[in-house]
Design a protein around this ligand. Sequence first.
Ligand code: SF4
Length: 353
Amino acid sequence: MIETYQQALLDWYRRCGRSLPWRQTRDPYRIWLSEIMLQQTGVQAVLGYYSRFLERFPTLQVLAEASIDDVIAQWAGLGYYSRARNLHAAARQVRERVAMGGCFPSDLDDLMALPGVGRSTAGAIRSIAFDRKGVILDGNVRRVLCRLFALQQPPRSREAEKQLWAWAESLTPEGAAHDYAQAIMDLGALICTPRQPQCDRCPVGQCCRARQLGLEQQLPLKTPRKAVPLRYEVALVIESPAGLMVRQRPLTGMLGGLWEFPCRPSEQVQDEEHEVAALQQELACPAGPLRLLGQVRHVYSHFQVIVSVYHLRIESFFELASAEKRRWIPRSEVAGWPLHGSHGKILPLLDVM
Ligand code: SF4
């Protein structure tokens, strides 16, 4: 049965698999980059970023030598910025390895020792770049396996996770690693989709337990969602003859290395004016006409934030003496600046888009 499944899937992939830029190469750097970009991001969103990133950093050596600011700037808009920081750190690790006579790692343990490379990503790089058996359990594969085996529990539980890895291992062939990895990803992306799986066109439908039981629409079972907390923030867009003030977030932590307008958390909407005054004091910023531009809302993975945006016009430029990295940038450049998600949404309020 397993061999029938593997053969049917591979035959289908060789006829119908997607043609994607990272499939035109066996360069481990380019394949690794695609796998990192595809974590938490769909193919369509990744395509443009992938080609632009490679234009700027065509080799691992070039990426390793770049500054983290440059890497973050290229990543801006793709989200989950720890991926960019890990990519940069990992490129430097691999460069050291190469300098000592080594090469890009292909063993699972060595791949998993790179920042940002987990078990499934390591399996994908090993299979696709090196054509050696590597087991994958990304979102697409997880959904396919839940249906093939009619798993009747939420797939993120510890017990289910263990079972899914065991199934993924048992279905992965010893040979044809390169094609199999992409075949099962394509099956999940094109046929066994989250909603309305196309079972009539499925190459492995004859092996599918969910289809036999008529459960393909019900599986995988949903994990109960936790309520997403709501936070408030005030942001101050300070405009001087030198331009708009932006500052860079610390390199470590959430949204590390990205830029934003000066801001502070605000407990409640009623606290806003107090928080704006505190922000002005913190920045040692002169007084000037202040007005509320509006509010923006942004949803992150574990909270959502409502940002009240104020504009402060000051007539004289003031020095930005601070440990923080702050800059004045011309209005005409702000749309291209690597602002993080919620502050990127402030731009339409400034009429600079
Ligand atoms: S038969 Fe349907 S549910 Fe089963 S793997 Fe194929 S598309 Fe998915």
